[in-house]
Design a protein. Structure first.
Length: 483
């Protein structure tokens, strides 16, 4: 079985005979295929100290040098995408084709390289209140804690904006999919990143918690469940640590009366069942005019039956297994609750025929769901879509907003302007008009229990930078304002 060290500090792997290892299990076979070293408390401490030591040098490094590292990293990602994609698919079950696309994240890095130029790091303000110098400086050592659902992207979305801002990082991936982080930190070194700027500690919640508690961590950038986000906020609050929390969702897709179902269906399938429904922004509540309920349910069931569920490494597969037995059991328990509460199960609801091994759940469609049912309220994080009928547009908006979450949403209509009008009434961080996703140059994040802080776009740098203001004399201000 492959052995992966799991702890990377100050530019080197830490291997020790007595460090605990965790098995990484292939969700398609239920068999362990690799072992990864798990960090101890003292590893966490050393990793944070390495990041702290590297901070002054990296923070003082000129932006063009930081940019050059990220640009080279983008090239390396293109070259090594197949290796990352394989590790990704084997550990969390996404079809290899989609893993390959997401592993080659050169486009994402390009977005960061473009948006960093919009950040004003230094500004002289001269106005009737007086003269001042306003600087934006890196916040310090960042703990990046990520879940298993979108490996490579999750890690890069924590590391790259931190690096471009001049912060240093300790990354903690999830135990279910810890393997891509190793090649990523090595590639950053190859791209010219000095030792200690990005460090890695693999582990579970206890390792994450040790990281959050460490007094030298100044910011926690977290993606994961709302429950863990709340725990991290409780730990970070008294210590005044900066927080960015990208949490769960229960997003609604509203089909307006005139929606073109043929044009809408690919969106609903992609964001209902993509990544086996393990996407925070999945459109899991489909709100439809009552008169169109049966038509939409039928189309979704037909679309679901066209998905090819199976081995992630097989090129024909469009949907793989869920990440773990725990996740599969949780999804099936929620499916049972939907039946018990009287929702109509029209497709799926169990493992697909012929797949007795692996944590598979067939794409599942419920019709006649009420918004107060558990399946409409809980984030399922599996391939389960609930169709909820509504009687008026106002009711559709009310139902969409009647959720503890507020991450994402989508509105579909033949009239783009009308769809936008409705989208503007959604109490969510993002919403799409006649589409399902949000471009990476726009800020992404939630309201309510979906968290706070934003990733992506120029706004994504906000919480990695702290404002510092200095009162200037008129003479200094005049000299500093000269071109
Ligand atoms: P999780 O909260 O259990 O774990 C996420 C990460 O936090 C893992 O690395 C885990 O080891 C770590 N962790 C667990 N307990 C911790 C603690 N007490 N202190 C510090 N770290 C701790 O989430 P999960 O089940 O692995 O991931 C699924 C969740 O992530 C879903 O709710 C999903 O919506 C959410 N998610 C959100 C986004 C977003 O951008 N909003 C993106 C992807 C996933």
């Amino acid at each position: 079985m492959d052995q992966h060290p799991g702890v990377y500090i100050d530019g080197a792997w830490r291997r020790s005979a007595n460090r605990e290892s965790a098995a990484v299990v292939n969700p398609a076979t239920e068999e362990p295929f690799a072992l990864v070293g798990v960090a101890t408390d003292s590893d966490v401490d050393e990793a944070v100290r390495a990041a702290e030591c590297a901070l002054p040098g990296w923070a003082a490094t000129a932006l063009p040098v930081r940019r050059a590292v990220v640009a080279r990293m983008a090239e390396l990602l293109e070259e090594r995408a197949p290796e990352l994609a394989r590790l990704r698919s084997l550990s969390m079950g996404a079809p290899y084709r989609s893993s390959l696309k997401l592993s080659n994240s050169a486009g994402l890095l390009q977005m960061y390289l473009e948006t960093i130029d919009e950040v004003q790091f230094s500004q002289v303000r001269r106005d009737r209140f007086g003269d001042s110098l306003v600087l934006r400086r890196p916040v310090g050592v960042v703990a990046g804690i990520v879940p298993w659902n979108v490996p490579v992207r999750n890690e890069l979305k924590k590391i790259i904006p931190a690096l471009l801002s001049g912060c240093t990082v300790v990354l903690k991936p999830a135990l279910e999919s810890p393997l891509v982080a190793g090649p990523l930190v090595e590639m950053l070194g190859e791209a010219g990143l000095p030792p200690g700027v990005v460090n890695l500690v693999v582990g579970g919640g206890d390792v994450g918690e040790a990281l959050v508690r460490h007094p030298s961590v100044r910011k926690v950038a977290f993606t994961g469940s709302t429950a863990t986000g709340a725990r991290i906020a409780a730990l970070a609050g008294p210590a005044m640590k900066r927080l960015q929390l990208e949490l769960g969702g229960k997003s609604a897709a509203i089909l307006l009366e005139d929606a073109d179902l043929d044009a809408t269906l690919p969106s609903l399938l992609a964001f209902g069942f993509g990544n086996s429904g393990q996407i925070c922004a999945s459109l899991t509540r489909v709100l439809v005019p009552r008169a169109r309920h049966d038509e939409v349910v039928g189309a979704l069931a037909e679309g679901a039956s066209g998905l090819v569920v199976g081995d992630p490494m097989d090129d024909r597969t469009t949907m793989g297994p869920l990440v773990s037995q725990r996740q599969r059991d949780r999804v099936l328990a929620l499916v049972s609750s939907g039946r018990d509460e009287g929702a109509a199960l029209v497709h799926g609801g169990s493992a697909p025929a012929g797949l007795s091994r692996g944590w598979y759940v067939a794409p599942t469609v419920f019709g006649n769901v009420r918004n107060d049912m558990v399946i409409a309220r809980e984030e399922i994080f599996g391939p389960v879509v609930s169709v909820i009928p509504y009687d008026s547009e106002a009711e559709a908006v009310r139902l969409a907003n009647d959720s503890r979450y507020g991450l994402h949403g989508a509105v579909y209509s033949r009239d783009d302007a009308h769809a936008l009008d409705v989208a503007l009434q959604l109490d969510t961080g993002t919403a799409a008009v006649n589409s399902f996703d949000i471009p990476v140059s726009a800020p992404f994040g939630g309201v309510k229990d979906s968290g706070f802080g934003r990733e992506n776009g120029v706004e994504g740098y906000g919480s990695f930078l702290e404002y510092h203001s200095y009162k200037l004399t008129p003479g200094l201000a005049a000299a500093m304002s000269r071109p």
